[in-house]
Design a protein around this ligand. Structure first.
Ligand code: HEC
Ligand code: HEC
Length: 240
């Protein structure tokens, strides 16, 4: 790590408190178009796993996201096993302000702004090389709730124009094409927060507002159940 990055990290606390004071309706970056995103992902530098591992430790990512991206608490997302393209894109989203209005993203915005595209690619392949995570909290769903949620995941809901989650995120929540993230084993609290951020329109990272439109159709109860459902994957697949 360069001295410059170390100094910058020391200043992180200051940046975080300053950005918390900033106008919550402040700047956010232009939305992605499909064309821009494809061009961006196509020009991703080749990632270096060993360098990613070192950055994960040196840039303090591991202090929240854990060694190898297995989160240390329910309050932080696991990044292990995540698709390279999603991590690479998301770090740029934080750096460029697509999460600006989304509470809790200040530290990530400040840290990501210090990363080069090469750093982002290295971290992304390092996480992608790990297995999917295990959520620290496993919330039990009643059989009825499980059935309803599994139906929503696999069949969607035609009446509300909800496309099945599995058609994009994979049947086991393993992630899909391009930037479509893995969801299996993610902390339920984080999953719920992401969905609520889409629902409330404060997370502006999704192309064509696709996730915002889906989240708006879901009740808070359904979101809670989906979070519990995905937190138990992939383990539940072998028994259910
Ligand atoms: C102080 C704790 C902390 C540190 C240090 C930290 N993060 Fe995060 N990270 C978070 C939190 C909290 C979120 C979720 C924020 C949100 O809801 O937008 C997050 C989100 C992310 C996400 C998006 C996860 C997803 O599924 O959408 C990625 C990728 C990520 N961090 C990578 C990193 C990397 C790489 C570093 C080091 C350069 C790092 N983080 C340092 C707390 C931290
Ligand atoms: C048309 C494809 C598509 C469908 C259908 C879809 N998703 Fe997504 N989802 C995506 C993409 C692409 C992203 C990444 C968006 C971004 O970069 O913000 C995403 C992001 C997410 C995230 C954020 C993950 C994170 O780590 O922050 C969650 C949670 C999620 N989707 C849950 C669901 C659920 C639950 C359903 C079904 C009710 C669903 N999605 C249906 C494509 C889809």
């Amino acid at each position: 790590m360069t001295l410059c990055k170390k100094t910058a990290l020391v200043a992180l606390g200051v940046i975080v408190s300053l950005s918390a004071l900033a106008d919550s309706d402040g700047h956010s970056a232009a939305p992605w178009t499909v064309k821009d995103l494809h061009a961006n992902l196509a020009s991703m530098p080749v990632g270096d796993v060993a360098r990613g591992e070192k950055l994960n430790a040196d840039m303090m990512c591991a202090s929240c996201h854990g060694e190898g991206g297995q989160a240390l608490s329910r309050n932080w997302p696991s990044t292990a096993g995540q698709r390279t393209s999603y991590t690479y894109k998301t770090l740029q989203d934080y750096a460029e302000g697509r999460f600006v209005k989304h509470q809790g993203a200040e530290a990530m915005a400040a840290l990501s702004a210090m990363l080069t595209q090469q750093d982002m690619a290295d971290l992304a392949v390092y996480y992608a090389n790990k297995n999917l995570p295990t959520a620290s909290v496993q919330l039990a769903l009643s059989d009825d709730a499980y059935r309803q949620t599994d139906y929503l995941v696999r069949q969607g809901d035609v009446k509300r124009l909800i496309t099945p989650c599995a058609s994009c995120h994979g049947v086991k929540g393993e992630g899909g094409i391009n930037e479509t993230p893995a969801l299996a084993g993610q902390e339920a609290y984080i999953f719920e927060r992401s969905m609520q951020s889409y629902k409330q329109g404060v997370r502006e990272s999704d192309v064509h507002s696709a996730m915002r439109q889906i989240a708006r159709q879901l009740s808070d109860g359904e979101i809670e159940q989906l979070a519990a459902y995905y937190a138990t994957l992939p383990k539940s697949n072998s028994t259910r």
